[in-house]
Design a protein around this ligand. Structure first.
Ligand code: 1GP
Length: 225
């Protein structure tokens, strides 16, 4: 993952044609992540997994609901929402999930993400009863992710809106070992390049469904191949 630059995130609740999915898998992106907040079902996740598995691409399931946990992915990312007001989203859901899947942990390696949700309008922000952090709060969450929880990932989640590149820069300067993932509102090459200056990995999600061609160009924009 240290070598990665770009991930496409697919929402199992949204439709995508086989042709477009094949193009995404062959685009040169480093991984396809499957995840979403609303209407994520086991069937929807299995369908996407089957279709992306035709390609030699790294497959990640980001687990937001236990009922959609599906075997067969290469990695399982598990968010811990640092700015939720409820301990449930930081600790209890993860505890419950691990309890249920403890027997499988010899075969899969869950990767925990320190999530900081920075868009008050995002579904995930409301769903997890999060509180909006200011600059200082965000930098402290990043510090905590790395130095207290020793998490491999700090994820700045602006889902649905383009974030503040200067805050991403400040967070990057706070982190030494923890990887910085940025996701939110990236629709074109310019935005992809801007965020990639600071974030280790950028995540492109919604624009796959709203502006496919430009979303596709974000891969080459950050890989420079
Ligand atoms: C969502 O961070 C990802 O979880 C990507 O955000 O859908 O806004 O691209 P967008």
């Amino acid at each position: 993952m240290n070598e990665w630059n770009h991930i496409f995130k697919l929402d199992p609740a949204k439709e995508i044609s086989d042709e477009k999915l094949d193009i995404l898998c062959q685009s040169g992106t480093d991984a396809i992540m499957v995840g979403g907040t609303d209407n994520v079902t086991y069937e929807g996740v299995v369908d996407l997994l089957d279709r992306i598995s035709k390609h030699p691409i790294h497959r990640i399931l980001e687990i937001s609901r236990m009922n959609a946990v599906t075997p067969g992915f290469d990695d399982y990312f598990i968010p811990m929402v640092l700015n939720s007001k409820e301990k449930k989203w930081m600790m209890d859901m993860q505890h419950q999930g691990l309890k249920e899947y403890m027997d499988y942990l010899d075969f899969v390696n869950p990767i925990f993400e320190g999530y900081c949700i920075l868009n008050e309008e995002a579904k995930a922000f409301h769903y997890t009863n999060s509180t909006m952090p200011d600059v200082e709060d965000t930098l402290v969450y990043a510090y905590m992710a790395e130095h207290i929880f020793h998490l491999p990932i700090f994820y700045m989640e602006y889902s649905g809106t383009y974030g503040d590149p200067q805050l991403v820069r400040q967070v990057k300067n706070t982190l030494n070992n923890t990887l910085l993932l940025y996701g939110g509102g990236i629709e074109n090459s310019r935005q992809a390049k801007e965020m990639k200056q600071y974030a280790d990995v950028i995540i492109v999600g919604n624009s796959i469904y709203t502006g496919f061609e430009q979303a596709l160009e974000t891969v080459q924009a950050v890989k420079g191949k």
